[in-house]
Design a protein around this ligand. Sequence first.
Ligand code: ADP
Length: 449
Amino acid sequence: MFDKILVANRGEIALRIIRACKELGIKTVAVYSEADKETLHVKHADETYCLGPPSSNKSYLNIPSIISVADMAGVDAIHPGYGFLSENAYFAEVCETCGIKFIGPSAESMEQMGDKSIARETMIEAGVPVVPGTEGGLSGLEEAVETADEIGYPVIVKAAFGGGGRGMRTAQNEDDLKQAIQTASSEAEAAFGNAEVYLEKYIEEPRHIEFQIIADEHGNVVHLGERDCSIQRRHQKVIEEAPSPALDVDLREEMGQAAVKAAEAVNYANAGTVEFLLDKHNNYYFIEMNTRIQVEHPVTELVTGIDLIKEQIRIASGKELGYTQEDIEINGAAIECRINAEDPDKDFRPSPGQLEEYIIPGGFGVRIDSCAYPGYLIPPHYDSMVAKLITHGNDREEARRRMLRALDEFEISGIKTTIPFHKLVLNNAFFQQGEFYTNFIQRRIIGEL
Ligand code: ADP
């Protein structure tokens, strides 16, 4: 097992990883930017090093600085968390060259899934269903028009290296298509430094269903069931739950097997997530694989009892899974609300600043993953998440009621948060019945804000 791990991230996920290391008896090294001196991930680590100014490029994305710290501190491994360098194959390669274990999949697996248009091709070859569309990246308008005519409108143009719901545009007809390609590619170029786009059929009112994969470095792959992440705002997840109210045992098994096949096709090791869209006729289509731990991993942990961060560390240290698909049981239901520093009344405008009151909920089945405390200053430089509030119940209705109770107990002042918005969703009759699709917020909630 490793002796010392550097956590190349910030905020709640850095703290989450440090907590897992402590329980495993592993020493921890935190890195931080000048904006994060007072954060809890720095407070709880055994050693801390400042990387530089707040800007991500100069701190959490600064590979030479992070590697120098790793070298100086003498760590065996680096955990990248999510975001920042977590899906950067070059970083994984640099770690390997420097004799430091990257806690995640191999650079090759990351590369194969990192370009979403190549990932589509790989999945087609592996026999995993993908959304109808172009085979690889779009060569130009002509190919786009041809493909769209073939598969039928509406279509969606997507950035090959996209993430976070950016670089995506829909087109209702041929007239829209040219504009959609232009906008999506220039957004992709600006956000991801690569203008490549591809085209998919736009699935009307799908659910976003993703499977948690866990694989060791000896070829054992299992899935830990699904998460339903259909509650999204602008293609970004805001509430996630496990299991999905839309899946029965047979569909879970079928999609789970497809997810395992997807991971095997790229010789995947460590934790990863295979994302699908599910249409109203129970057809499912691969959209992408995320080659890292995800924000919403706690809902899977609560229903399976498996600590995913510890598993990532164990697997990276060369250990075998030690369980098979038959050993995995789903117990009860869990829901996660991402509490963001945003003003739901003002189109979710970011609301960074200092927390005055910060009174957290507690009790049976309530978990909070957060770096915040009373007086904590949420810096404007990074994402706007204040806390992840997660509840577990014997069934979905208990988890839902528990979440509403916990949201009522949660008191944050000094900044605006999305707590009132989450209450609206959790109280909505369609949500309560499990009847929702990716357009739920637009259709059922926006009017009520
Ligand atoms: P990102 O990597 O930016 O998160 P994804 O490919 O995972 O992009 O898609 C994010 C969300 O966008 C999906 O959960 C879904 O709501 C929507 N979406 C993506 N592709 C399609 C599609 N072909 N049809 C309908 N909605 C889609």
